[in-house]
Design a protein around this ligand. Structure first.
Ligand code: BGC
Length: 766
């Protein structure tokens, strides 16, 4: 062998590239360290293949369905439909075979996932695809999966262990259908109920959102191996406080507000190990989030050490050009986004051509592309996709919808329902109310599944009416259908219900919003479904009033992703229940609560204002917010954050501290006793709030700093202990440095954020 050949061979060997046909390339060796596999594979890739890894497409069936159902004009005008002008599903299949696609989204069957994977494995380097899906509350966006309550309901449980468990189960169901990456948790802090996406958030409090988000990330990701899925914290940042309440409209926030309110849950997500992050539709203070280097590079990667990859949101790199107009053309938009830190493009056809062009022209250095590809490949290796590219179609239903998961969905629904008002009517006594009218748009509809759910089989969903019949079989339930569409309710059906109310002993109206994605343009809440009003849509108020005018007791149950301003009902009806979007067993949980089989325990994770005119209404507002109250109408919410009743009375006493003076850097122990003064077993969410009395920068009137779900038998008392650490007392000073300032701190503990529900004491920091 001459020297030249030897040198070439040894160089190849050093690079880990084998020349023998029977030896696996290093990147295919499962026992090799991930970093080595990544580097080995990266070295073998062409520029086109690398840039392809950074691109995502929607599934072939999704494209085909749209092609069949919509006209060319409709497709062109609706960016939500993934239209690739001049290309079709076959083109995408072809690119997959050539190794020019890194990921798919909106693939909703195991068969399609496996099929697409087989195409990718035909490509030169056989790099598996990573399938992303919006598994927001269970893998509900695909049929035949467990559907848990949406995030807003889950947050009302204040149960982080439950959030973790749901995420673990979701990961198992996803992997069972060859899905590897969920676009959740949404860790945005919801501060505007007009915004239709409140339901997919954990509510308005940065601390609660942080904890629920982190638990969810940990549940999905486990140790990031072949049983786990990748979490995606989104949307970064600020889109949950759009200037006019509409999704994706500009966000204009001070750096203080961004850092104090919107960043902490993202930082907590990164700390919990989240390995992907999605940027937000909106511009933030004049810079589109998708070309925002400060967000992606300086804050996420620089300040927090985020090590995963960043994915764009739906067509949002395109929108840098065609909406925000800060790039003259699409190619420039791609350039801006990549140079600001973007790693993966959701989704579209010009990416490969333009991005390769930008590299060849020398505008984007290839090492910048390598950085992104490394991050993406690392996840594919760690998730075991090279070793487990397929899921077993014969075994998939052993995991999905298994008994254990169904039980968790039921438990979560039971814990998420919030009892807002009860004048002693509940729990219902079946012997007293023999004939019960049930009506309202959500009384017998699968809309209880919530946004981000596909249609599910009837046998896997319990509607409220079905739940009532099962829980109280001796009751004669008279149902008056109001249709599913609040905007199309008819007066004749409303009057029919009103007439039947007169001959019933009790009325249950199940009202609220309509969120089902399959009827996208007719919804009243959910993604891209924002409203300038937070009252009930259509004839729902008329229905409630006319039914209540019967003089028979009337219970209102709300099914909704957003807080609703139901002031009249709150004043005039004896009982009001907020079920949020309770998922597949929502109807059972609501019925069990109404009939006292389950003691309600949920607490509001978001303030319920009386009207949209009160917005912004949050419990953790600044001291001056109501210095001049509204003229003529109340300045108080309909129901405050943290509020929720049970069938017990819980008595709080003995709020104590272990010290009343500490030095900055020290912690204080807080103890409070809670007693179940009722006759039913119950679970109470004990809440701890702090106020920094005087500070160099204005601070909220109170901030949630801890909470505990406490189970109590009748008559039982427990003392709950919280640790208030220095970190919990700190805030960002004028220069955005965390600081604990000397002075008085007020400690409040109790059953909600309302002053009247809190015991108070204080301590001093020297
Ligand atoms: C939403 C994202 C979602 C994506 C993919 C976008 O419209 O804003 O939250 O993950 O679509 O479905």
């Amino acid at each position: 062998m001459n020297f030249k050949i030897l040198t070439i061979l040894s160089v190849l060997a050093m690079m880990g590239i084998s020349c023998t046909a029977d030896r696996l390339p290093l990147y295919k060796d499962a026992s090799a360290p991930v970093e080595k596999r990544v580097e080995d594979l990266l070295r073998r890739m062409t520029l086109e293949e690398k840039v392809g890894q950074m691109n995502q497409y929607v599934g072939l069936e999704h494209i085909r369905k749209n092609e069949a159902a919509l006209t060319e004009e409709e497709l062109k005008n609706n960016t939500a439909n993934a239209f690739y002008p001049g290309f079709n599903a076959d083109s995408v299949a072809g690119w997959t075979r050539q190794g020019l696609v890194g990921s798919f989204l909106h693939v909703v069957t195991i068969e399609e996932a496996n099929y697409l994977q087989s195409l990718a494995l035909e490509s030169r380097l056989a790099i598996p695809l990573i399938f992303g899906i919006d598994a927001i509350h269970g893998n509900a966006n695909a049929p035949d999966n467990t559907v848990y309550p949406t995030n807003i309901g889950l947050a009302c449980t204040f149960d982080t262990d439950l959030a973790y468990r749901i995420a673990r189960e979701t990961a198992a169901e996803m992997r069972a259908m060859n899905m590897h990456w969920t676009f959740n948790p949404n860790v945005e802090v919801a501060r505007d109920p007009r915004w239709g996406r409140v339901g997919e958030t954990f509510g308005e409090d940065p601390y609660l959102v942080s904890l629920m988000g982190a638990a969810t990330v940990e549940g999905y990701q486990g140790d990031l191996s072949s049983d786990d899925v990748l979490a995606c914290i989104k949307h970064f940042a600020g889109g949950s406080q759009p200037i006019n309440g509409t999704n994706g409209s500009p966000t204009d926030l001070s750096e203080r507000t961004i850092r104090e309110v919107f960043f902490p849950p993202f930082e907590a997500g990164v700390e919990a190990g989240a390995m992907s992050l999605m940027t937000a539709h909106n511009e933030l203070n004049g810079i589109p989030c998708h070309s925002n280097k400060w967000l992606m590079e300086d804050v996420a990667r620089g300040e927090w050490g985020f090590k995963g990859f960043i994915v764009s949101d739906w067509m949002d790199i395109e929108h840098i050009h065609d909406l925000h107009a800060t790039a003259e053309n699409l190619k420039e938009a791609f350039y801006q986004s990549i140079m600001a830190g973007m790693d993966m493009h959701m989704h579209g056809v010009y990416w490969n051509e333009y991005v390769c062009g930008l590299v060849r022209e020398g505008r984007i250095p290839e090492r910048r592309i390598d950085e992104s590809v490394r991050r993406i490949l690392e996840m594919k290796f760690r998730l075991g996709l090279f070793e487990h590219p397929y899921a077993d179609e014969g075994k998939t239903m052993e995991v999905r919808l298994c008994d254990e998961h169904r039980q968790t969905a039921l438990e979560a629904a039971r814990k998420s329902v919030v009892l807002l008002k009860n004048d002693g009517l509940l729990p219902l006594a079946p012997e007293k109310f023999r004939r019960v009218l049930v009506t309202g748009i959500n009384a017998d509809d699968h809309n209880i599944l919530g946004d981000w759910s596909a249609e599910q089989k009837p046998e896997n969903v319990v509607t409220v009416l079905e739940g009532l019949k099962a829980v109280s079989p001796q009751t004669d339930f008279v149902f008056v259908d109001q249709g599913w569409n609040p905007r199309k309710m008819t007066r004749s059906q409303v009057d029919k219900a009103a007439a039947l109310a007169r001959t019933s002993d009790l009325n249950i109206v199940v009202a609220g919003e309509y969120m089902y994605r399959g009827r996208w343009t007719e919804r009243t809440s959910g993604e891209d479904t924002d409203r300038s009003d937070i009252g009930l849509v259509g004839l729902q108020n008329e229905l409630i009033r006319k039914v209540a005018a019967s003089g028979k007791p009337t219970v209102l149950v709300l099914v909704s992703g957003r807080p609703l301003g139901v002031e009249w009902a709150a004043e005039h009806l004896p009982a009001l229940v907020n079920a949020w979007e309770p998922g597949m067993y929502g109807g059972q949980a609501v019925a069990e609560i109404l009939y006292g089989k389950v003691n309600p325990s949920g607490k509001l994770a978001v303030t319920m204002p009386r009207s949209a005119g009160q917005v912004q209404m949050i419990y953790n507002h600044k001291p001056s917010q109501y210095f001049h109250p509204y003229s003529g109408t109340p300045s108080t919410p309909l129901y405050p954050f943290g509020y929720g009743l049970s069938y017990n009375r819980y008595e709080y006493s003995d709020l104590k501290l272990d010290k009343t003076e500490i030095s900055s850097g020290d912690s204080v122990k807080v103890m409070v006793t809670v007693k179940n003064a009722g006759t039913m077993y119950g679970e109470e969410i004990v809440q701890l709030y702090i106020r920094d009395r005087f500070s160099s920068v204005t601070r909220p009137v109170k901030e949630l700093k801890d909470f505990a779900r406490v189970s109590l038998a009748p008559g039982e008392s427990k003392t709950v202990e919280f640790a208030v650490t220095a970190e919990k007392l700190s805030f960002l000073d004028m220069n955005f440095r965390p600081v604990v300032e000397p002075g008085e701190f007020i400690v409040m503990a109790g059953s909600s954020s309302a002053d009247e529900d809190l015991l108070k004491t204080s301590f001093h920091v020297r």
